[in-house]
Design a binder for this molecule. Structure first.
Ligand SMILES: Cc1ncc(COP(=O)(O)O)c(C=O)c1O
Length: 390
């Protein structure tokens, strides 16, 4: 068989020409604020391990103990013979943590979003998504086969206008809680109002808010003092602030039962390893009890924002650990990222199609394990680079 008809080399060349070529770097150390890549030590400012739990001794110990007890592979999907006591216990604990009847584990956040949206909607329905929603939410909306519309970022008036022009049977409003590439928050109270007025369902994917926002890490829902009646469908991921892997949907008993019956990305895939579930149970306890991690993150973010403003860098309207530095041009973003790496700082360049054309950026992220001096080091490196440019 030949792939010549696919002109792969031409396409690859095209991607390179546009400065959109993506490549991977191989890490030779545990996920932490200090990493080794290509034999070189770097300070890591691009991980989503916001609370610094990916490499926490208690999380590792729980993982090891469960691997001894339950083995590594789960053996099958949850509905066959892959659903074990650790999975079940984690679901109950996540339901309690989010203040909902029940929670259902998925193997990734991407799969949770595909599964939940396509289980709830069909071609008679309407899905409305914020323009800057994560790719998995957009793909979930497309996969559902429903009428798919995007509203202006964070703009509830635009959302309401689009709903009022529709005669769909069911309408679902879908939004990131914290926008993954911009770090700003969804206008949750406004979305809740629109959902109430229009009888629409509301799904919030709080992948970047859970664990990080709110006094007990309850995410954007806790931040805005809302509850499960306001946000009936909550998606959370476990590979970010929880430091492990996988995801969950939390909501009413009926919602979870429907997902078990209908969510194809739940039904037709192998359950996450039980050891991951046990590790996540350990990290959940740390998320709840160690509020100092959130307080420290807030202090680091404030320190960075005030230093970056003094340097004249263009930041976004974000108070979360996601702090993009706007570059505009993809070439400029890649160049800055490369210069930082040469100085020992790893900050990834984010380019289209992940962000809109002309909005390439450096996505700086912080962890509770960063030290204040390390923020100063990053700011000094940025200052040197910016001065040399001008
Ligand atoms: C908002 C959002 N939802 C979902 C996901 C996907 O989660 P996962 O990495 O578990 O597939 C991500 C990022 O990875 C995300 O940023």
């Amino acid at each position: 068989m030949s792939l010549s008809a696919f002109s792969l080399s031409g396409e690859l060349e095209n991607i390179k020409q546009q400065n959109l070529y993506r490549s991977r770097r191989v890490i030779d150390s545990a996920q932490a604020t200090h990493l080794t890549i290509d034999g070189k030590k770097v300070l890591n400012f691009c991980s989503n391990d916001y609370l610094g739990l990916a490499n926490h001794p208690k999380v590792i110990a729980a993982f090891k103990k469960a691997a001894d007890e339950y083995g590594v592979g789960s053996g099958s999907a949850h509905l066959i013979c892959g659903h074990s006591i650790p999975h079940h216990a984690l679901e109950e604990e996540l339901a309690a943590f989010t203040g909902r009847d029940r929670a259902l584990l998925f193997s990734t956040g991407y799969m949770a979003n595909l599964g939940v949206i396509s289980a709830l909607l069909d071609k008679h329905d309407l899905v409305l998504e914020d323009k800057l929603n994560h790719a998995s939410l957009l793909d979930g909306g497309l996969l559902a086969g429903a009428v798919f519309k995007r509203y202006l970022h964070g703009n509830s008036e635009n959302l309401q206008a689009k709903i009022s022009r529709s005669n769909a049977e069911k309408t679902l409003i879908v939004s990131d809680g914290v926008f993954s590439m911009d770090g700003d928050l969804a206008p949750l109270p406004d979305l809740i109002n629109v959902a109430r007025q229009t009888q629409a369902g509301l799904l919030i994917d709080d992948a970047h808010g859970l664990g990080v926002l709110g006094k007990t890490g309850g995410g954007v829902v806790e931040h805005f003092a809302c509850n499960s009646n306001d946000v009936p469908i909550l998606v959370g991921t476990l590979g970010k602030a929880f430091g492990t892997a996988g995801a969950f949907v939390a909501g009413s008993d009926e919602l979870i039962e429907i997902l078990i019956q209908k969510a194809r990305t739940y039904i037709y895939t192998t359950a996450m390893p039980a050891a991951i579930a046990e590790a996540t149970r350990a990290s959940l306890q740390l998320v709840i009890s160690e509020n100092w991690r959130r307080e420290k993150l807030n202090a680091l973010v404030a320190q960075f924002r005030s230093g970056a403003a003094q340097l004249g860098l263009t930041l976004m309207d974000s108070n979360t650990p996601i702090q993009p530095i706007m570059c505009g041009d993809s070439e400029q973003a890649v160049k800055l990222s490369q210069q930082l790496l040469e100085s020992g700082f790893w900050v990834s360049a984010i380019r289209p199609p992940t962000v809109p054309q002309g909005k390439a950026r450096l996505r700086v992220t912080f962890s509770a394990n960063h030290q204040s001096e390390e923020i100063d080091l990053l700011l000094s490196a940025l200052e040197r680079i910016v001065k040399n440019e001008n």
